[in-house]
Design a binder for this molecule. Structure first.
Ligand SMILES: Nc1ncnc2c1ncn2[C@@H]1O[C@H](COP(=O)(O)OP(=O)(O)OP(=O)(O)O)[C@@H](O)[C@H]1O
Ligand SMILES: [Mg+2]
Length: 645
């Protein structure tokens, strides 16, 4: 409209293409392992003492098995071999060594129990915090985020990703530490016992690792694919549950079954490949370790015969080789699990790091008192009057009464930067006026209402509320001053009264009843089995579409705002009820600005102004009689519908 108006928003950047837009590819490998691990460790800080104890316990547990085995050497060499063939051996030393060994193993068991118990605390505590952070942050995300991510994708972060993370924290990490400690300890002890046999063992380990690579090398990628296919299967089930009726209407059951079978088969293939490692690898490695054991025993025996080694040494050395296979297999296995879990953790952190809705607004809504000479001042009491407070201004200047004047000045907008949906839209609704939007499907009616409460930010132009650019109003306060009945009603699990109270948490039972009467919902609610206390399930599945809309209107009415936006609010309601609602609403609408979108022209006929939209542009405006006289698009719509009716 004005030059100035055009200039201001030019700085604001494209409304449609915020960060995080565009396609989101499923990530398979963690991008930055160290950063992610550090971040997870950051969560452990809260439990740092417990975690330190866990690590100590794990060290004790690994050491106990290493030291316990080492004791075999002195036991054999000093308390068994010297007594072979002798009568009346002195067993006291032998018994005290056995007691020592038992004590060491017992310490290992206790340390193990303690670490598992503490790790449980740490993992559940960490996940509790992560879940809370995810959910809390999700509430701050712009609508755009939900436009560009499917529900299944967001859900899988709360389920799959959190679950693999839990597994990693509670199982893989402690196992990894134990395995690593054991392998290191065993190596050191082997080296102390016999470097000759050690060389043999190293050769064996290299063979084993090569084998693991050969058979299980691909299992990592299959493991990741398995996660993804599992997500696809779950997503399909979810979608089919939601679309059950449509499936039945078009007799698509065989097709759906076939599609599901295909997804399931893919999962089967990938899952069985992924399991190869655990199911095939383990027995092979198990058998191999017996062969290696025999080989080491033979070589060791020869060394003993040649006098290069004593019997005690070979005894504990062989025991060490038995204890080496498992940790090595586990280490290579846990490596994959940890990588997958880290990839999941990154998806979780992506959600937590997703930029929140930007809100630079400073103007807030306050309770107001208006003096006789019209001066607005702030008060703590609930006066029923509200004012915008601009903290940058002083004294009376800082306040402006909330009236509900909405204006669009040359507004351009597109959900995506390259596709304009609204073009040069200018309109105004003065306090107390009812403005109706009509136009064909996809013309941009809902879009206009989405812009008023800043679900999306405009590309160009200006929207003002009581003369204040809505960009300068704090989003929360802006939305508090507008009540909206959305095109698709959503009801929450809870009673009817609770669902209406959603509009205003302070509403008394009396207020709720009044709002329901206004919306003409009181009658049907009273006929529900438990009246206002009837529990609604799954988005109000136990109500009719029209009844759901009536509840949505009651919910908007109980909020008692200066601006009311009704998007197709009465589309599923019969004409007689609609007329009754309108009567009630007229009472509600007194002194309120109402923007209404309706396909039924009887609803819009008594509007102060009717705005006809086509392809995101206003092509006609005026009241009903004027537009009929003009014989333009409104006339066509009106007479066309008339014939249909
Ligand atoms: N979330 C979205 N992301 C991208 N494009 C969108 C989105 N919502 C709507 N659109 C596009 O914007 C245009 C206007 O949509 P809008 O919902 O405003 O239409 P409408 O006039 O309310 O139609 P209807 O009468 O069917 O409700 C359409 O072309 C639509 O494809
Ligand atoms: Mg719409």
């Amino acid at each position: 409209m004005t030059e100035q108006a055009k200039k201001i928003p030019a700085r604001s950047g494209p409304g449609g293409g915020g960060p995080g837009g565009g396609q989101q590819r499923v990530k398979e490998k963690p991008k930055d392992v160290r950063k992610t691990i550090n971040r997870i460790l950051g969560y452990f800080m809260e439990f740092r003492w417990q975690f330190i104890i866990v690590v100590l316990c794990l060290i004790v547990s690994a050491l106990s098995s290493v030291v316990g085995i080492y004791l075999l050497k002195p036991i054999v060499n000093e308390y068994i071999v010297p007594f072979i063939g002798k009568g009346n051996p002195d067993l006291s030393g032998f018994l005290s060594m056995l007691t020592l060994m038992g004590g060491i193993y017992l310490a290992g068991v206790i340390a193990n129990y303690l670490s598992a118990r503490l790790m449980l605390n740490i993992s559940t505590g960490t996940l509790r915090r992560i879940r809370i952070e995810m959910f809390t942050h999700m509430q701050t995300l712009p609508i755009k985020y939900f436009d560009t991510h499917t529900h299944g994708e967001i859900m899988s972060r709360y389920t799959n990703d959190v679950d693999t993370l839990r597994e990693m924290i509670s199982m893989s990490i402690p196992q990894f530490i134990t395995s690593l400690m054991t392998v290191c300890g065993v190596f050191v002890m082997m080296l102390i016992l016999s470097w000759r046999l050690m060389i043999l063992v190293i050769v064996q380990i290299v063979i084993m690792l090569l084998l693991i690579r050969m058979i299980g090398g691909n299992s990592a990628s299959f493991f990741i694919k398995q996660q993804r296919n599992l997500g696809a299967v779950n997503g399909y089930i979810e979608e089919m549950i939601e679309g059950q009726k449509v499936v039945k209407v078009f007799s698509h059951e065989p097709k759906v079954k076939a599609d599901f079978a295909k997804l399931n088969r893919d999962l089967f293939v990938v899952a069985s490949n992924a399991s190869t490692f655990a199911n095939v690898m383990m027995p092979i490695l198990g058998n191999l370790s017996y062969i290696f054991y025999a080989l080491t025993a033979t070589v060791g025996g020869m060394l003993v015969i040649k006098g290069l080694m004593d019997i005690g040494t070979i005894g504990s050395f062989l025991q060490y080789t038995r204890n080496l296979t498992m940790p090595i297999v586990q280490l290579s296995q846990q490596f994959n699990t940890i990588l997958t879990a880290l990839a999941g953790a990154e998806r979780i952190f992506d959600l937590i790091d997703e930029p929140s809705e930007i809100d630079n607004g400073t103007v807030v809504l306050v309770n107001a008192r208006i003096s006789e000479n019209g001066e607005v001042s702030e008060t703590q009491e609930h006066t029923g009057l509200w004012a915008w407070k601009n903290p940058q201004k002083q004294g009376a200047d800082a306040y402006r009464q909330l009236k509900g004047d909405v204006r669009f000045e040359d507004v351009d907008f597109g959900y995506e930067p390259e596709k304009k949906v609204l073009n040069n839209v200018s309109l105004y609704a003065k306090p107390g006026q009812k403005i109706a939007f009509v136009g064909s499907t996809g013309a941009g009616k809902t879009t206009i209402t989405n812009l008023i409460n800043r679900f999306y930010d405009i590309t160009d132009g200006r929207i003002t509320f009581d003369g204040i650019d809505i960009k300068n109003i704090k989003k929360d306060d802006l939305r508090r001053s507008i009540s909206m009945v959305l095109q698709d009603t959503h009801l929450f699990t809870g009673t009817v009264a609770e669902n209406i109270r959603y509009g205003n948490l302070d509403a008394s039972d009396e207020d709720i009843r009044k709002a329901a009467k206004l919306a003409n919902a009181d009658f049907f609610i009273r006929h529900l089995p438990q009246g206002y206390d009837t529990v609604l399930t799954a988005d109000g599945a136990n109500l009719s579409q029209g009844q759901r809309q009536l509840l949505a209107i009651a919910r908007a009415a109980v909020k008692d705002p200066p601006v009311l936006i009704l998007d197709e609010a009465t589309s599923s309601i019969d004409t007689r009820t609609e007329a009754l609602i309108e009567k009630g609403m007229n009472k509600l609408m007194e002194g309120r600005t109402v923007l209404v979108i309706a396909h039924r022209l009887s609803t819009v006929r008594n509007a102060k102004a009717i705005i006809v939209l086509e392809n995101g542009e206003i092509i006609e405006r005026g009241d009903h009689d004027f537009l009929l006289q003009e014989q333009g698009r409104y006339y066509q719509l009106y007479t066309g519908l008339f014939e249909l009716a």
